[in-house]
Design a protein around this ligand. Structure first.
Ligand code: FMN
Length: 667
């Protein structure tokens, strides 16, 4: 076969090495990454490339109008084939079409993720050693973030405020205090080797509890001035921020549900872990809804805008959900539109250096090279090899600024001098498309981006950037009301909120199928307008449901439907990456949903939905004196095979094991 009979691997993306692999200290500015195999290649310049001031040869082979201008020797083609950088026409190149965005690629990257296999005790030792290494490197972030600003202490609340008969009052400051305290505040604590962890009303991966609440008020209410406030759970206070207040005064209260990512990132340094923080937010959002509903207050959920304003606070605490609470006859459920705060991109200083946009990644299309960004605008731009050389030249030093050395000066004049055949027009085009940023703008973004990159979260950042609703845009229209939602099955809400813990040991006691049915039925919060959930159930100790059978839940007729498939205890342990905690459970429930990667704005919704359902399962099980264990760590392909489903990168699953428990919670 000649080069013409191969195509460039369509799953490749070209990424900035400093952001993809920030701890690597050797040469090479670009990484070629296969999003379907997770294989990465460093593109390094040969001595000849350095002498001719060229980009690495391997990139030249790939981006130079493949295959027409490539009269490549057979040995080079073989090397490219061997590395998976080119493929035979009839293999991956013709696989089913997926949206051409990063989100779609990201789902493939995190699909069937190669988790550590916890079936061996060494895995836990490895985990502990890794955490010790991380701790040597940097202090574990506290789960309480110190907030600075004017602080307003909220009224004291107690569990008796949640007793039956206390609901239905007007929503006032006491109500708000209860909602915030019991959703974000500490409920208890538990010991782990080497320390103590905080317990809240929701479970949280590694007990990191990254989910936070900000309160936005368009007008004064109960003596509190309009503004944006952090809820400070440690001091049960609102702390005024300098963040811009929503433009639409009079729209009631909005709870912006955020995630303080550094807490989760410190422990989980892989792209798949970004999923857990979205589930975490779903758990907290459900608590907020349950409490608001208990207090007789309407509430409307809108999907979070993720990085929205692209300010420092948004990078540190992206928004994963917005809950509007209408008060004092304010308009119902109108989530405010933000104005301004997106960085100014129309810098006029022609002498100012340029820097490559940290959100830029490159794909191979139509024989050439395409530059892609989702911030400050969504752009997909075909690039010439010269333009790519310009962008390579403008990769900043490790500090995010052009280096002091002469060859890296990056004003228009410097670039034209340094890059053969480049012109001012090329630079103008790259700037107008957002691939090149002015130094002032880039130096604000780079430190924020690096924070994610240093913890191995650059790929989620690219995906989340694409799924963000930028400042100045109305939030997506999806709206879920709390008022139609039943909290039946949860008449005493204080007990489950207070007593919920994660169970890692189950007893042999059987559970009746009617009890399991009741838990599932009451757990299914109304599907959101963009996401639906499907539940599969593997019973092991459920009277009336034979062990090792497999069922799905018929949401219309509220019944289990038996499938032809079967699942053994070994199967469920295996798909739960060997975590033996689930071995003795009475039933394993898989909550499943689908991500529509063609519609990035709706990316957060199915995650939040599954988190909300899992929180309900946890609270209802606690009411029934049952224990729950939950994890998103699943072998996706094995789970699909077990359930008899087609494996898809866009399928989202969340595993929830329930069973009778001695309530001895291991860690
Ligand atoms: C999204 C998510 C993922 C989790 N993943 C695991 C897991 O893989 N293994 C595990 O042992 N516990 C897991 N947990 C449980 C947490 O470790 C547990 O919630 C945390 O230690 C706090 O304990 P508590 O739930 O008893 O308050 C997870 C919890 C959540 C919400």
């Amino acid at each position: 076969m000649s080069a013409a009979e191969y195509v460039r691997n369509p799953d490749l993306v070209i990424l900035q090495r400093r952001l993809f692999a920030p701890t690597y200290m050797g040469p090479g500015k670009w990484v070629i990454y296969d999003t379907s195999t997770r294989r990465s290649h460093l593109a390094v310049r040969s001595e000849d490339d350095v002498r001719t001031k060229d980009i690495p040869r391997v990139l030249k082979y790939l981006i130079d109008d493949w295959p027409h201008s490539n009269n490549l020797p057979r040995c080079i083609v073989d090397q490219l084939l061997h590395a998976g950088l080119v493929v035979e026409c009839d293999t991956r190149a013709t696989s089913p079409k997926r949206p051409e965005n990063f989100l779609s690629k990201f789902q493939r990257i995190v699909h069937d993720y190669p988790f550590v296999d916890y079936s061996s005790p060494e895995a836990y030792q490895f985990d502990r050693a890794l955490m010790a290494e991380y701790a040597d490197e940097s202090e574990m972030p506290s789960i309480w973030t110190k907030r600075t600003g004017k602080s307003i202490t909220l009224p004291d609340v107690s569990w008796s405020d949640l007793e039956a008969g206390t609901q239905g009052r007007d929503f006032d400051l006491n109500g708000l205090a209860s909602v915030l305290r019991f959703s974000f505040g500490q409920i208890g604590s538990f010991r782990v080797p080497g320390g103590e962890r905080v317990r809240k009303a929701n479970p949280s991966g590694g007990a990191k509890h990254p989910t936070e609440g900000w309160l936005e008020m368009g007008h004064s209410w109960c003596g509190i001035q309009p503004g944006t406030y952090f809820y400070d759970p440690e001091n049960h206070a609102l702390v005024q921020t300098e963040t811009q207040t929503p433009a639409s005064a009079g729209a009631g209260l909005t709870l912006s549900v955020r995630s303080r990512l550094e807490r989760a990132m410190w422990r989980y340094r892989d792209p798949r872990s970004s999923r857990a923080v979205l589930f975490d937010a779903g758990h907290v959002i459900e608590n907020l809804f349950i409490l608001l509903r208990f207090l007789g207050t309407d509430a409307y959920l809108h999907p979070g805008r993720l990085l929205c304003g692209f300010g420092a606070d948004d990078f540190r605490e992206p928004e994963l959900g917005r809950i509007d609470i209408p008060i004092d006859n304010s308009p119902l459920g109108l989530s405010p539109v933000y104005h301004g705060s997106a960085a100014n991109t129309t810098e006029q200083d022609i002498g100012e250096p340029f820097v490559l946009n940290p959100f830029a990644y490159f794909t191979l299309k139509n024989g050439g090279l395409t530059g892609n960004i989702a911030y400050p605008k969504h752009r997909r731009v075909d690039l010439s090899p010269v333009e790519f050389s310009i962008l390579t030249h403008c990769i900043p030093s490790s500090r995010g600024a052009p280096s002091r050395s002469r060859d890296r000066y990056t004003t228009t004049k410097d670039i034209v001098e340094a890059i053969p055949c480049s012109s001012e027009a090329d630079i103008e085009r790259l700037e107008s498309n957002g691939l090149l940023l002015r130094q002032t703008h880039a130096s604000v973004l780079w430190p924020q981006v690096r924070r994610w990159a240093e913890k191995g979260w650059y790929l989620p950042l690219l995906a989340w950037t694409e799924a963000s609703t930028p400042a100045g845009h109305a939030v997506p229209t999806e709206r879920e009301a709390s008022n139609g939602r039943s909290i039946s099955g949860l008449t005493d809400i204080a007990k489950p909120l207070r007593k919920r813990i994660t169970s890692r040991s189950f007893t042999d006691q059987q559970i009746t199928s009617s009890r399991l049915r009741s838990i599932i039925q009451h757990s299914l919060v109304a599907d959101s307008s963009v996401s639906t959930a499907t539940l599969f159930i593997a019973p092991f100790k459920i009277s009336g449901l034979p062990a090792e059978t497999l069922h799905y839940w018929d949401n219309v007729n509220n019944q289990f439907v038996t499938t032809e498939n079967r699942a053994t205890v070994d199967d469920i342990v295996r798909v739960t990456i060997g975590q033996g905690w689930v071995r003795n459970c009475a039933a394993m429930i898989w909550l499943m949903s689908t991500i529509d990667t063609g519609c990035p704005r709706h990316y957060v919704s199915p995650h939040v939905l599954l988190g909300r359902i899992a929180q309900r399962v946890a609270l209802l099980s606690t009411t029934h004196e049952l224990g729950v264990f939950q994890t998103p760590a699943t072998l996706d392909a094995d789970l699909a095979a077990l359930l008899g489903c087609e494996p898809s990168p866009d399928t989202l699953s969340y595993s929830v094991a329930i069973g009778a428990t001695s309530r001895k919670a291991a860690v």
